[in-house]
Design a protein around this ligand. Structure first.
Ligand SMILES: Cc1cc2nc3c(=O)[nH]c(=O)nc-3n(C[C@H](O)[C@H](O)[C@H](O)COP(=O)(O)OP(=O)(O)OC[C@H]3O[C@@H](n4cnc5c(N)ncnc54)[C@H](O)[C@@H]3O)c2cc1C
Length: 423
């Protein structure tokens, strides 16, 4: 019998396993994929430098993962998005401060403060915008504040959940990329751990003292405790069966969360057709929410753009064939940069659709209106020998980041260590 089984070799699972292994416990990490990292997935065979199919940025200069990045000797490259962002609110694509000089945007001055000070009862993003009478460009900017990061519609996203999840804070952080690719970080942390790839968990039988895990293929493993780092999309799909079933409080928590679709469009061009200073270009309408220049400040690298298509726009785009999807994206880029011919400049592309990934079930989760408290309910230690980690189990400092997954792994490892000591 093992001391601990961890389900999932993403950032949360690897962090938890490393801490428990260092405490001299016997720990096995069961991972369905043939690789570690989960929603961190660096693509090394697309252009001369690494590009990210999943997580890309280390958000903030105080991110809890930065000491690990430094300890692993990984170099960072800054991505100053606030200073180098262009906005398209219909018409031209302009540097953000210039886009905000349009009188149509002034009506939403103070909007971020109003969102931050919201009180119960909770509203959807749409109800909030209606209540405050936002129209025209002011409404577009407000909607972008709600939906630029969260992959839901204005009806699905709850205002109090967005505030609790720290999303407003995320939008003003300074970001970095890991030069050798984000996957270098989980790889460094996973050294010497017992990680069993291709081990898809199908069911967990649990009580107050122990767990039995059954894998696809029939093998069974036993342990004194288990940490689930299953993404919210996988938990909601019930692809992993819990016996006895999870308590009502956990079912309530999962019903309050939505795992939204995200497609990343990786594109390589034979020339750069966007302004040299531009790091990001956000769009209020059109096929894709955001574009960013992957190697803006790096010499001798491909002219590469990533398209970030989330929520309803991702659902619409992914209903098309791959060929049609890229045609739509090229039309969208021509709308954003009317003097360019992106189609002619395109050399190669790759679509990474997280909604079609059975081991993620979407990009990441957000809280529906009325969902305040759901993440706390999900991570509560009320399921005997089963404990809960993963980026969707925490709101602090910002829900559903790599940093948050890391912190959840530390927290769950502490809970399990205490539980085993008391046994
Ligand atoms: C497109 C995209 C862009 C993002 N950008 C950023 C960013 O720039 N910065 C940032 O900080 N965060 C970003 N994120 C979020 C970040 O990637 C996640 O929050 C974080 O990686 C989640 O880690 P985790 O360990 O909680 O979950 P995961 O990484 O999803 O790990 C869970 C693991 O469980 C495994 N699993 C699933 N089902 C089973 C099963 N039945 N049996 C065994 N194993 C199973 C999965 O394969 C996976 O490896 C992004 C996410 C996406 C999708």
């Amino acid at each position: 019998m093992l001391d601990v089984i961890v389900i999932g070799a993403g950032m949360a699972g690897i962090t938890a396993a490393r801490n428990l292994t260092q405490a001299s416990l016997s720990v096995a990490v069961l991972e369905a994929r043939d690789r570690i990292g989960g929603r961190i997935m660096t693509v090394d065979d697309f252009c001369e430098g690494p590009v990210e199919g999943g997580a890309e940025f280390v958000h903030g200069l105080n991110a809890a993962t930065l000491p690990e990045v430094r300890a692993a000797g990984l170099a960072l490259r800054g991505s100053p998005q606030m200073r180098r962002t262009a906005f398209n609110l219909g018409g031209g694509t302009r540097w953000l401060p210039i886009a905000c000089m349009h009188p149509g945007t002034w009506a939403c001055a103070g909007m971020r403060g109003k969102i931050a000070r919201s009180e119960p009862p909770d509203l959807s993003a749409r109800e909030f915008m209606d209540k405050h009478g936002y129209k025209g460009r002011g409404r577009m900017l407000t909607e972008m504040t709600f939906l630029q990061h969260l992959p839901g519609s204005a009806d699905d996203v709850g205002v109090l959940g967005l505030v609790d999840d720290g999303v407003l804070d995320l939008q003003t952080r300074f970001n970095n990329r890991i030069v050798t690719g984000y996957s270098s970080l989980p790889r460094a942390l996973a050294k010497d751990l017992d990680i069993r790839l291709g081990n898809q968990v199908e069911s967990v039988v649990w009580n107050a003292q122990k767990v039995t895990v059954r894998l696809k293929g029939g093998e069974e493993l036993h342990a004194r405790a288990l940490i689930s780092t299953l993404p919210i999309g996988v938990l909601k799909s019930e692809a992993v069966r819990f016996d006895p079933p999870l308590p009502e409080s956990k079912k309530w928590a999962l019903a309050q969360m939505e795992m939204g679709p995200i497609t990343k469009i990786l594109m390589r061009f034979d020339r750069r057709f966007w302004p040299r200073w531009m790091e990001m270009a956000a769009s209020a309408s059109g096929a894709v929410n955001l574009y960013w220049a992957v190697f803006r400040n790096v010499k001798d690298r491909s002219a590469a753009l990533t398209g970030y298509c989330i929520g309803p726009r991702a659902t619409k785009l992914s209903a098309e064939s791959d060929d049609r999807e890229i045609e739509i994206v090229m039309d969208d880029l021509r709308r954003m940069f009317p003097k360019a011919d992106p189609q002619r400049a395109l050399v190669d592309y790759r679509l990474v659709n997280w909604a079609k990934d059975p081991f993620a079930g979407g990009g990441y989760s957000f809280l529906r209106p009325g969902g305040r408290g759901a993440r706390e309910a999900l991570r509560a230690t009320d399921t005997g020998a089963v404990f809960w980690a993963g980026a969707g189990t925490e709101s602090r400092p910002v829900s559903e980041l790599v940093e948050t997954a890391y912190l959840s792994g530390l927290r769950a490892a502490g809970e399990v260590a205490q539980f085993l000591k008391a046994q």
